[in-house]
Design a protein around this ligand. Structure first.
Ligand code: MN
Ligand code: MN
Length: 296
């Protein structure tokens, strides 16, 4: 990989790590989720980064893909909070996440996903198979008495593309494909007190433009113009609501989803309503792996 590319990944990673730590400091009982998300997104831009996706806060049995709409009044109260932050520099993405337990009852659950991540990071060298990584994650999480979430996985990080190959399993899925020198991946173990299988819920708050199309309605066309500025990366409904208002945004997004222009990312919730924790880092795979979202 070219030095300049590595530098962009590292800069994105440094900002993502700082934003994650900043966000963590804001996560307290009594604070509004939307206030935290807005503050993190502002911080990323102040630090010179761009948003690879909207800052995400997913609570309790919700594992991922959740952020505030413009009128969200949710206040933190004893929740298990997954904070997931993504930053890019010229399309080179850093993705990291952490879990904060405000209830004081899920310390071990938080430790399970965090330790699974550290164990996986120890073996992320060229030649390791995807199944081996999944096996380490599975073994660590089950040693705590929890289930890894099997239908969520880590992923390759492409240029302006958050989810590319390879998919990094959270259990031994038998995949003998190996990591190669220069692969850039995010590893994200999820631990659940429940089923360890997530399913889609409603309403979606995060969307991605997947293709262009002609639209007749003038407002929908304006919304689509705005969406194009996100370079094919995920965006929050809230961002559009602040320009176009809630009813117009909802109408435009419905239309754009229907014509296949925009894909919605539904919140992912544990099937048996188990509580879920997550930990995530981004890595450049090499002989000595570069965990570029790790601080110091
Ligand atoms: Mn993430
Ligand atoms: Mn990720």
């Amino acid at each position: 990989m070219e030095t300049e590319t590595i530098q962009k990944y590292v800069k994105a990673g440094t900002i993502a790590a700082e934003a994650l730590q900043y966000g963590t400091s804001l996560i307290k009982n009594g604070t509004k989720v939307i206030t935290i998300l807005d503050a993190i997104e502002t911080k990323i831009q102040e630090l010179g980064g761009e948003l690879a996706f909207p800052a995400q806060i997913s609570l309790n049995e919700c594992a991922a893909h959740s952020c505030s709409d413009m009128n969200d009044e949710t206040v933190l109260h004893d929740h298990v909070v997954k904070l997931d932050v993504g930053v890019h520099i010229d399309g080179y993405i850093a993705d990291n996440a952490v879990t904060i337990d405000l209830s004081g009852k899920y310390t071990e659950l938080v430790n399970a996903s965090r330790d699974a991540l550290s164990e996986a990071l120890k073996i992320v060298t060229p030649g390791v198979s995807l199944a081996e990584i999944g096996n380490v994650i599975h073994k660590t999480i089950t040693s705590y008495g929890f289930s890894p979430v099997r239908n969520l996985s880590g992923h390759g990080l492409g240029h302006y593309n958050i989810h590319t190959k390879p998919s990094i399993p959270n259990f031994d899925n038998g995949n003998k494909n190996t990591l190669k020198d220069g692969d850039v991946i995010a590893i994200e173990p999820f631990a659940s007190t429940g089923a360890g299988i997530v399913q889609e819920s409603v309403p979606a708050t995060v969307f991605t433009l997947v293709k262009d199309a002609g639209v007749r309605d003038p407002i929908t066309r304006k919304v689509l113009q705005e969406i194009k500025k996100y370079n094919g990366l995920p965006f929050a409904k809230r961002w559009l609501e602040r320009t176009f208002g809630t009813p117009r945004t909802a109408l435009a997004l419905r239309t754009l989803v229907r014509v296949g222009c925009v894909q919605e990312h539904s919140p992912l919730v544990d099937q048996s309503r188990g509580i879920v924790s997550q930990a995530e880092h981004s890595v450049i795979v090499q002989k000595k792996p570069l965990v570029y979202t790790r601080r110091g």
